[in-house]
Design a protein around this ligand. Structure first.
Ligand code: ADP
Ligand code: GLC
Length: 476
């Protein structure tokens, strides 16, 4: 089986969220299952070419993509991903040297139009004919239609099928209607109610859902949710029309990077048997946070993009009501200004209790995961979520809303085999009831240890999920 995996971010080169974790590890697991995988991502200026030993491939470089009347030249770089599989980087500084991964620039559509054409042109130059092109999110969701409408003349692709994985339906790639022409399609393809049109705009994700041979998303619950008006962000009808070709496969986690036994970014490694060493991490975290280390005070952690999706309004309401309780909170996050302001104010008002790091910091993310007693993730919606799985494996009990991938991984402590805390309604009462259960459990050390044990012994590794992807590819 030959699979071309196309993504807009990939660990270890560049990351803004969970998509990068998935892109870094799923292809590797697939390659362990006798699959020949090649990864394609854009060459952002933030990528460290030297560190990752990226080498320009002259035979793939120097070609160009025309967007309207402008020809944009690009080069292709290569490295062996973790020494094992081919990773290619589409280098077009005009579009990708912007200091950040995603932009709200007027030509955001063009950036990924160029990327996707360059991927297909590179496959042509390589003469490599994939059985499946696995696209991820809107940044690569035009490839299915490009294959069918623009590249079908090339026999190289005559047996190539496409799979589109939706990691977050909240981001659809919605642009002015002329984007369709910019992407190389005839103007007549943009018609009201057609595959590319959505509320008077071009919608790249919609076209992907329409033209891909199979659609998948990153948890079974989210696969069902996005077919409803509450979670479908307007695309529920299009998804329902593809109903029997919409699948949900839970993400795995990369246990090489995320395991308390071997994690080299934390203060001290530990397992369930040496759980006391977890608390060395708690001490270190409190120290780095400038918070006093006091006995019997539970520590809550948050590591997240600061985005509406993640439900921070509930944290703020909870803090306002329960700040007098006995606990501490460490937050690591970057994103929307409104939330940065919320948390800064909270820290300034309660400096003995709250510490906020407004940055992207992988090492700190690991330490918070290891050093906290509880981990907040009260998302409004959550396609899969990786942090709750990391937390479970690190013996840090997650407090989550019962949606999407959170519902598929966290079982409330009041249920059989409970491994964390989960609430249904997006309300203060909801999160408060989970918070109360957490405080209560914290005071019963023996019971807490039993619950911790369930999460630490769960297997969230990629093996199972990679096999499920393989069976979807086979179906294709
Ligand atoms: P999403 O992709 O919606 O952001 P996930 O839970 O799938 O949510 O993945 C988030 C990933 O990004 C995790 O690996 C998490 O540790 C990481 N992350 C998020 N914010 C930060 C941050 N401020 N610093 C370091 N890592 C972060
Ligand atoms: C998205 C989702 C997150 C998911 C990640 C990887 O960013 O918000 O829930 O875990 O993609 O699939």
């Amino acid at each position: 089986m030959k699979v071309c995996f196309v993504s807009s971010e990939c660990v270890p080169y560049i990351k803004t969220g969970g998509l990068a974790d998935v892109s870094g590890s799923l292809p590797l697991s697939l390659s362990g299952l006798n699959t020949d995988v090649k990864i394609f991502i854009p060459m952002y200026d933030k990528i460290d070419r030297q560190k990752y030993n990226l080498v320009k491939l002259n035979e793939l470089s120097g070609d160009s993509v025309s967007i309207l009347n402008m020809k944009h030249q690009y080069d292709v770089y290569h490295t062996k991903h973790y020494g094992k599989i081919d990773a290619y980087f589409i280098d077009c500084p005009f579009y990708f040297s912007r200091g950040v991964v995603y932009t709200s620039d007027i030509d955001e559509n063009e950036r990924y139009i160029l990327f996707q054409h360059a991927v297909l042109k590179s496959l042509q130059k390589l003469g490599w004919s994939p059985d499946v092109i696995h696209c991820n999110d809107w940044q690569s969701s035009l490839i299915p239609s490009m294959l069918k409408l623009q590249y079908s003349w090339d026999n190289l692709f005559s047996n190539t099928k496409s799979l589109l994985s939706i990691h977050n339906i909240g981001y659809q790639g919605v642009f002015p209607s002329d984007s369709v022409v910019k992407a190389g399609y005839g103007e007549s393809l943009y018609v009201l109610g057609g595959p590319f049109e959505f509320n008077g705009f071009a919608n790249f994700l919609k076209a992907g859902i329409y033209y891909s041979d199979i659609v998948s998303t990153v948890s079974p619950s989210y696969a069902a949710e996005i077919q409803t008006p509450e979670f479908g962000s307007g695309l529920e009808g299009v998804l329902r029309a593809r109903g029997e070709n919409v699948f949900g496969i839970l993400n795995g986690i990369d246990t090489n990077d995320w395991s308390p036994v071997s994690d080299n970014l934390i203060a001290k490694n530990y397992s369930y048997k040496s759980l006391k060493d977890k608390y060395v991490n708690k001490s270190e975290l409190l120290k780095l946070s400038g918070l006093k280390n006091e006995d019997n005070v539970p520590l809550f952690g948050i590591v997240s993009r600061l985005a509406w999706q993640k439900g921070f309004e509930l944290i703020v309401e909870l803090m306002e009501k329960r700040i007098g309780d006995n606990f501490k909170l460490v937050v690591l996050g970057a994103g929307e200004e409104k939330y940065e302001e919320y948390f800064t104010k909270l820290m300034n008002d309660y400096p003995d209790k709250i510490k906020v790091f407004l940055e992207y910091n992988n090492k700190m993310a690991h330490l918070i995961t290891a050093g906290s007693d509880f981990f907040f993730m009260p998302s409004r919606y959550e396609p899969c979520g990786l942090n709750q799985m990391y937390s479970l494996n690190y013996g840090t009990l997650p407090i989550v809303r019962n949606v999407g991938g959170l519902a598929d991984t966290v079982i409330d402590v009041d249920k059989v085999n409970g491994n964390g805390f989960s609430f249904d309604e997006f309300t203060l009462e909801g999160i408060e009831s989970a918070f109360d259960k957490a405080l209560k459990l914290y005071s019963d050390k023996q019971k807490m240890k039993t619950v911790i044990g369930r999460g630490m012994s769960s297997d969230f590794s990629w093996d199972k999920s990679a096999k499920e992807y393989l069976s979807l590819y086979s179906k294709l």
